[in-house]
Write a protein that binds this ligand. Structure first.
Ligand code: 5RP
Length: 232
């Protein structure tokens, strides 16, 4: 016996900004799907639209894929749309797609507005082919021009991590708060906190330097991940 899949609606939690551009790029990535693919599915509203476009192709063309979602949000979306899912510990993706908050001229990325950057990085490093799907608003001259770098840290290490980050070229650092949805801090997909950190300059070593701090789980900085950028 199956549960009624309509217990919650298929809708994004806020208005999707740049909807038309995001839909365009969602359709492009959906056209890449082949029968039998194991696909790593990123998070965020562009990925959310992409999964819906993929579901349409699966239905219309009788294709089947296995999705590895990077967040609860996208896992629920796949489930709602009848797309079978598995975890990265069970299967390896043939390819993956994901959105981004910033893309610079080297193809370096900032991700993690949705708090899923650890899962997103895990999928990305295990995928032979990696696509980043973005609308025109995501392109920047320098990383950190618009968005801070999210740093996920173990709750008990928050003060210690903050202290270590302060020794880097940080211009601003804030604990991410949940806002209207919940009192207190945002809790990531893995039960941790996020510090949103602005750096005056991001270089090739910055990702490694952040990661070397005890208590840091992962950051939203993706430097040299050999991604193919698909734009609207
Ligand atoms: C979530 C992410 C998203 O991919 C990124 O925030 C882009 O989101 P959107 O497609 O909604 O603009 O990294 O952790």
């Amino acid at each position: 016996m199956n549960w009624d899949k309509k217990l919650f609606d298929l809708k994004w939690s806020q208005d999707i900004i740049n909807y038309d551009e995001k839909l365009k790029v969602a359709k492009k990535i959906a056209s890449f799907v082949k029968d039998g693919d194991v696909v790593g599915v990123g998070s965020g509203s562009t990925s959310f639209l992409a999964v819906q476009e993929i579901a349409k192709r699966l239905k219309n063309e009788g294709l089947k894929i296995l999705a590895i979602p990077t967040s609860n949000e996208l896992k629920m979306t796949c489930s709602f749309l009848g797309i079978e899912t598995a975890s990265i510990s069970e299967v390896r993706p043939d390819w993956c797609f994901d959105g981004a908050d910033e893309v610079d001229p080297h193809g370096w990325l900032v991700k993690g507005r949705g708090g899923a950057m650890f899962n997103e990085k895990l999928i990305m490093v295990n995928s032979a082919k990696r696509y980043i799907i973005v609308d025109g608003s995501k392109f920047v001259e320098h990383i950190c021009d618009k968005f801070p770098v999210p740093v996920e840290c173990v709750p008990a290490a928050l003060t210690s991590v903050k202290n270590s980050l302060s020794a880097m070229n940080v211009t601003e650092m804030n604990l991410r708060l949940a806002g209207k949805a919940k009192d207190g801090p945002v809790i990531t997909e893995n039960g941790n906190y996020i510090l949103d950190v602005k750096f005056s300059d991001v270089n090739r070593n910055t990702e490694k330097d952040i990661k070397s701090i005890v208590g840091v789980v992962e950051s939203g900085l993706f430097i040299d991940y050999n991604v193919e950028i698909i734009r609207s």
